[in-house]
Design a protein around this ligand. Structure first.
Ligand SMILES: *Cc1c(COP(=O)(O)O)cnc(C)c1O
Length: 368
């Protein structure tokens, strides 16, 4: 590990600030570390004119510089497919009708509200489902806008949970983050705060900061939803980040996106999910890749997704298997997809396919 940045002393490597200040943002810098293919060279200026590029030295160090198909490289290095008009034709930038309630706010389920508080990240996922936001240049919501979003929640007693997402919410200045958490916590009907962050993956050093951990502890219950996509992202640094969160009383779960060329193989996902539970992170969702403009080339078929989860069932502990889910267009919500083990139901007679192989007939009566 860390073949690329051998000269950086460990105390700087473990500094979040150093990682952010030294993030690679240009083609020239990137070429110092990875040999770009002619296609990548050509695509870089075209793609980055539309969508930003950045990657932390830490994440870059996990990429095999010799392999143009490296699964981590695919997640951060721009490819021409992102702006290919034929490939991305007809796709919507916002197929789920986000921010229909207020700028930055989406209220789809009665008990949960999604707040998008910024549009910058320390590294940019090429498969980001909010790619549209990043075209505007980096910006976080103003205090006025945040107050309006928080007031919205205060006035709706059905809301039990706020999801803070972005962009990267934990890249906000701590004062702004504290303002959001403190205001939300003053709402009596709000029970849980969930923060969606990819920092355990892109810059786990963020969580070596006791001030951040203290905030998360003080304004809890806070859950962290993170986004590991590949077993190569499970490093001792990431493990330390999770360990520190857990010690601060912050549970961590994971949402993976099924991505072509990154993790669309059962063996890869099996290693990922096993690694996650070893790190005490619960794999919660495996999302089918959303049909967002600029991301379509990452999509696999639903049939393939179902086949993959079928291969995992029976081979992995139940709690290591996430729910495979798909977001319906137009903001109609997420639906769980499961391989149909129940083949037939007639009266009280059921026919199941066993996850261990073969068919099982089973008569199940209702209790008296
Ligand atoms: C995904 C999402 C949620 C959360 O759904 P969970 O199933 O609880 O993870 C809430 N609101 C919106 C708008 C969402 O897109």
């Amino acid at each position: 590990m860390r073949r690329l940045f051998k000269e950086v002393p460990e105390h700087l490597w473990r500094s979040y600030r150093w990682q952010v200040e030294n993030a690679v943002t240009t083609k020239e810098e990137l070429k110092k570390y990875l040999r770009l293919t002619p296609e990548e060279e050509k695509a870089f200026p075209t793609v980055t004119r539309l969508y930003p590029f950045a990657v932390t030295p830490y994440y870059l160090s996990l990429i095999n510089p010799e392999d143009p198909e490296d699964p981590l490289r695919r997640q951060v290095v721009p490819r021409v497919e992102e702006v290919n008009p034929r490939l991305q034709r007809d796709a919507s930038e916002n197929p789920f009708n986000e921010e229909s309630s207020l700028p930055g706010l989406t209220h789809r389920y009665p008990d949960r509200v999604l707040m998008v508080v910024s549009n910058f990240c320390v590294s940019y996922c090429r498969h980001c489902m909010r790619k549209r936001l990043f075209k505007e240049g980096p910006r976080s919501r103003s205090y006025e806008e945040l107050k309006r979003m928080i007031e919205y929640v205060r006035r709706r007693e059905s809301v039990r949970e706020v999801l803070i997402s972005g962009g990267e919410p934990l890249a906000l200045p701590l004062e702004k983050l504290e303002f959001i958490l403190k205001e939300l916590r003053s709402i009596p009907h709000l029970e849980v705060i969930r923060i969606g962050t990819r920092l355990p993956v892109f810059a786990p050093m963020r969580f070596y900061d006791e001030r951040l951990l203290a905030l998360l502890e003080r304004y809890g219950p806070i859950w962290i939803a993170t986004h590991f996509n590949h077993p190569n992202e499970l490093t001792p640094y990431a493990e330390e980040a999770v360990e520190r969160l857990l010690r601060a009383g912050v549970p961590v779960f994971n949402q993976t996106v099924l991505l072509k060329g990154v993790n669309d193989e059962p063996e890869v996902l099996e290693r990922l999910f096993r690694g996650l539970i070893r790190m005490k992170v619960k794999p919660q969702y495996l999302f089918h890749c959303d049909p967002v403009k600029g991301v379509l080339h990452f999509r696999t078929s639903v049939r393939k997704g179902l086949e993959i989860v079928r291969r995992l069932r029976g081979r992995l502990s139940g709690y290591a298997i996430p729910v495979y889910a798909l977001d319906l267009p137009g903001g109609k919500g997420k639906v769980p997809l499961e391989y149909p083990y129940l083949r037939r139901a007639e009266g009280n007679r059921y026919l199941f396919e066993s996850p261990l192989g073969g068919l099982v007939e089973y008569e199940i009566d209702e209790g008296p």
